[in-house]
Write a protein that binds this ligand. Structure first.
Ligand SMILES: [Zn+2]
Length: 113
């Protein structure tokens, strides 16, 4: 299960940060999930509730922000939302995906003794 390995990776990162800062507990974990990242948010939440058990993240829910896919023209930097032709409306140039295809661990809040 794809989401399970992502949840494990998130937990590993959170615990590394927590240990580095001598934190006793992680309070909040903020992540951003791009709409084209291939991550199913509900599956990720389920996987997370399994992997966090017994860890420094025990009882912590993921704060998930979904990021819409967005394209940018390679020539004039004009931006394009989804739904249109993948050609720049300003100059006719080629567009490339600029956001929405990744998953980012944004912020970790933790308690330090
Ligand atoms: Zn353009």
């Amino acid at each position: 299960m794809h989401e399970y390995s992502i949840a494990s990776a998130l937990l590993r990162m959170a615990e590394e940060h927590a240990h580095k800062h001598d934190a006793t507990h992680v309070v909040d974990l903020h992540i951003r999930v791009g709409e084209l990242s291939g991550v199913e948010v509900s599956l990720l939440e389920t996987a997370w509730s399994l992997v966090r058990a017994g860890s420094l993240c025990e009882g912590v829910d993921l704060s998930i922000v979904r990021v819409a896919a967005h394209w940018t023209c390679r020539d004039c930097q004009a931006s394009l939302d989804r739904g249109g032709l993948l050609v720049c409306q300003t100059c006719g140039g080629r567009v490339v995906l600029s956001t929405g295809d990744d998953l980012v661990l944004d912020r970790i809040e933790m308690e330090v003794a």
